[in-house]
Design a protein. Structure first.
Length: 186
Protein backbone atom coordinates (compact mmCIF):
# COMPACT_ATOMS: atom_id res chain seq x y z
CA UNK A 1 0.00 0.00 0.00
CA UNK A 2 1.17 3.44 -0.76
CA UNK A 3 0.65 6.56 1.28
CA UNK A 4 -0.97 9.49 -0.51
CA UNK A 5 -2.58 7.62 -3.41
CA UNK A 6 -3.93 9.79 -6.21
CA UNK A 7 -7.40 9.01 -7.53
CA UNK A 8 -8.93 10.46 -10.65
CA UNK A 9 -12.72 10.71 -10.37
CA UNK A 10 -14.37 11.18 -13.76
CA UNK A 11 -17.93 12.53 -14.04
CA UNK A 12 -20.33 12.46 -16.98
CA UNK A 13 -24.05 12.82 -17.54
CA UNK A 14 -26.44 10.98 -19.81
CA UNK A 15 -26.34 13.97 -22.17
CA UNK A 16 -23.01 12.44 -23.29
CA UNK A 17 -24.73 9.26 -24.46
CA UNK A 18 -24.28 8.95 -28.21
CA UNK A 19 -24.45 5.79 -30.29
CA UNK A 20 -21.08 6.76 -31.78
CA UNK A 21 -19.53 5.70 -28.44
CA UNK A 22 -20.56 2.11 -29.24
CA UNK A 23 -17.50 1.91 -31.50
CA UNK A 24 -15.30 1.49 -28.42
CA UNK A 25 -17.26 -1.48 -27.03
CA UNK A 26 -16.19 -5.10 -27.14
CA UNK A 27 -18.50 -7.64 -28.78
CA UNK A 28 -19.71 -8.77 -25.33
CA UNK A 29 -20.39 -5.17 -24.28
CA UNK A 30 -22.26 -4.52 -27.55
CA UNK A 31 -24.50 -7.54 -26.87
CA UNK A 32 -25.13 -6.30 -23.33
CA UNK A 33 -25.98 -2.82 -24.62
CA UNK A 34 -28.45 -4.28 -27.14
CA UNK A 35 -30.14 -6.22 -24.34
CA UNK A 36 -30.73 -3.01 -22.38
CA UNK A 37 -32.94 -1.44 -25.06
CA UNK A 38 -33.01 2.30 -25.70
CA UNK A 39 -33.65 3.72 -22.22
CA UNK A 40 -31.58 5.37 -19.52
CA UNK A 41 -29.97 2.06 -18.46
CA UNK A 42 -28.49 1.71 -21.95
CA UNK A 43 -27.24 5.30 -21.83
CA UNK A 44 -25.60 4.76 -18.44
CA UNK A 45 -23.95 1.54 -19.67
CA UNK A 46 -22.69 3.20 -22.85
CA UNK A 47 -21.33 6.31 -21.11
CA UNK A 48 -19.88 4.20 -18.29
CA UNK A 49 -18.08 1.87 -20.70
CA UNK A 50 -16.57 4.80 -22.58
CA UNK A 51 -15.67 6.59 -19.35
CA UNK A 52 -13.83 3.51 -18.03
CA UNK A 53 -11.64 3.53 -21.13
CA UNK A 54 -11.03 7.28 -20.91
CA UNK A 55 -10.00 7.03 -17.25
CA UNK A 56 -7.68 4.08 -17.89
CA UNK A 57 -6.18 5.67 -21.00
CA UNK A 58 -5.52 8.92 -19.17
CA UNK A 59 -3.67 7.08 -16.39
CA UNK A 60 -1.61 5.11 -18.92
CA UNK A 61 -0.90 7.94 -21.38
CA UNK A 62 -2.75 6.23 -24.22
CA UNK A 63 -5.78 6.82 -26.41
CA UNK A 64 -9.07 5.43 -25.11
CA UNK A 65 -9.40 3.21 -28.18
CA UNK A 66 -6.15 1.46 -27.22
CA UNK A 67 -7.43 0.31 -23.82
CA UNK A 68 -8.53 -3.31 -23.56
CA UNK A 69 -11.12 -3.69 -20.83
CA UNK A 70 -12.51 -6.98 -19.56
CA UNK A 71 -15.43 -7.66 -17.23
CA UNK A 72 -15.10 -11.39 -16.61
CA UNK A 73 -17.10 -12.48 -13.57
CA UNK A 74 -14.87 -14.58 -11.28
CA UNK A 75 -17.86 -16.75 -10.28
CA UNK A 76 -19.41 -17.65 -13.64
CA UNK A 77 -17.01 -16.40 -16.34
CA UNK A 78 -19.69 -14.22 -17.98
CA UNK A 79 -18.74 -10.66 -19.07
CA UNK A 80 -20.58 -8.77 -16.30
CA UNK A 81 -17.90 -8.58 -13.62
CA UNK A 82 -15.71 -5.80 -12.29
CA UNK A 83 -13.99 -3.78 -15.05
CA UNK A 84 -10.31 -4.68 -15.35
CA UNK A 85 -7.49 -3.36 -17.52
CA UNK A 86 -4.45 -5.65 -17.65
CA UNK A 87 -1.53 -3.82 -16.05
CA UNK A 88 -3.82 -1.29 -14.35
CA UNK A 89 -5.07 1.08 -13.27
CA UNK A 90 -7.66 -0.13 -10.78
CA UNK A 91 -11.11 1.03 -11.86
CA UNK A 92 -14.53 1.37 -10.30
CA UNK A 93 -17.81 2.50 -11.86
CA UNK A 94 -21.15 3.67 -10.52
CA UNK A 95 -24.18 5.41 -11.94
CA UNK A 96 -27.49 6.73 -10.70
CA UNK A 97 -30.10 8.93 -12.30
CA UNK A 98 -28.35 10.99 -14.95
CA UNK A 99 -24.83 10.76 -13.49
CA UNK A 100 -22.03 8.32 -14.23
CA UNK A 101 -18.81 8.27 -12.19
CA UNK A 102 -15.57 6.32 -12.65
CA UNK A 103 -12.63 6.21 -10.24
CA UNK A 104 -9.14 5.25 -11.42
CA UNK A 105 -6.11 4.70 -9.18
CA UNK A 106 -2.91 2.71 -8.88
CA UNK A 107 -4.33 1.04 -5.75
CA UNK A 108 -7.66 -0.79 -5.33
CA UNK A 109 -10.52 1.69 -5.42
CA UNK A 110 -14.30 1.61 -5.11
CA UNK A 111 -16.84 4.29 -5.94
CA UNK A 112 -20.59 4.41 -5.41
CA UNK A 113 -23.28 6.94 -6.19
CA UNK A 114 -26.95 7.14 -5.24
CA UNK A 115 -29.76 9.52 -6.06
CA UNK A 116 -31.33 11.17 -3.01
CA UNK A 117 -34.82 12.57 -3.45
CA UNK A 118 -35.30 16.26 -2.80
CA UNK A 119 -36.82 16.70 0.63
CA UNK A 120 -35.77 13.23 1.82
CA UNK A 121 -35.96 12.97 5.57
CA UNK A 122 -32.65 13.01 7.47
CA UNK A 123 -32.95 9.31 8.31
CA UNK A 124 -33.27 8.37 4.66
CA UNK A 125 -30.32 10.60 3.80
CA UNK A 126 -28.18 8.87 6.46
CA UNK A 127 -29.21 5.43 5.10
CA UNK A 128 -28.22 6.46 1.58
CA UNK A 129 -24.92 7.93 2.82
CA UNK A 130 -24.16 4.67 4.69
CA UNK A 131 -25.15 2.61 1.65
CA UNK A 132 -22.70 4.39 -0.68
CA UNK A 133 -19.90 3.99 1.85
CA UNK A 134 -20.61 0.25 2.24
CA UNK A 135 -20.79 -0.24 -1.53
CA UNK A 136 -17.58 1.71 -2.18
CA UNK A 137 -15.73 -0.39 0.43
CA UNK A 138 -17.14 -3.60 -1.08
CA UNK A 139 -15.98 -2.55 -4.55
CA UNK A 140 -12.50 -1.59 -3.28
CA UNK A 141 -12.21 -5.04 -1.74
CA UNK A 142 -10.99 -3.92 1.66
CA UNK A 143 -11.22 -1.21 4.27
CA UNK A 144 -9.04 1.78 3.67
CA UNK A 145 -9.35 5.51 3.33
CA UNK A 146 -12.87 6.85 2.74
CA UNK A 147 -13.83 10.09 1.03
CA UNK A 148 -17.32 11.56 0.66
CA UNK A 149 -17.83 12.66 -2.93
CA UNK A 150 -19.68 15.80 -3.85
CA UNK A 151 -21.48 15.12 -7.10
CA UNK A 152 -21.51 17.85 -9.75
CA UNK A 153 -25.32 17.89 -9.62
CA UNK A 154 -27.61 18.31 -6.59
CA UNK A 155 -29.60 15.36 -5.28
CA UNK A 156 -26.81 12.77 -5.17
CA UNK A 157 -24.63 11.24 -2.49
CA UNK A 158 -21.40 9.43 -3.25
CA UNK A 159 -18.41 7.81 -1.61
CA UNK A 160 -14.92 6.73 -2.60
CA UNK A 161 -12.97 3.97 -0.87
CA UNK A 162 -9.26 3.54 -1.48
CA UNK A 163 -7.13 0.70 -0.14
CA UNK A 164 -4.45 2.97 1.26
CA UNK A 165 -3.45 3.96 4.79
CA UNK A 166 -4.18 7.66 4.33
CA UNK A 167 -6.81 9.73 2.53
CA UNK A 168 -6.01 10.02 -1.16
CA UNK A 169 -5.54 13.07 -3.28
CA UNK A 170 -8.71 13.22 -5.39
CA UNK A 171 -8.75 14.94 -8.75
CA UNK A 172 -12.26 15.51 -10.13
CA UNK A 173 -12.42 15.40 -13.92
CA UNK A 174 -15.21 16.27 -16.34
CA UNK A 175 -15.45 13.92 -19.29
CA UNK A 176 -17.20 16.14 -21.84
CA UNK A 177 -14.20 16.75 -24.12
CA UNK A 178 -12.69 13.23 -23.83
CA UNK A 179 -16.09 11.69 -24.62
CA UNK A 180 -16.50 13.99 -27.63
CA UNK A 181 -13.02 13.00 -28.84
CA UNK A 182 -13.85 9.30 -28.41
CA UNK A 183 -17.08 9.74 -30.41
CA UNK A 184 -15.08 11.30 -33.25
CA UNK A 185 -12.45 8.54 -33.16
CA UNK A 186 -15.21 5.90 -33.27
Amino acid sequence: MTNGAQVDVWWATLTSADIALAGCLTAAESRRLEGLGAGAAAGRFLVGSALLRIAAADRRGRKAGEVELTRTCPDCGEPHGRPVVAGGPHLSLSHAGVLVVVAAADVPVGVDLERVEDGADPGERRRRDRWVVDEAVLKAGDEGALVALEAPLPGYTGALAVVAPAPPTVRHRRANEPLARLRREG
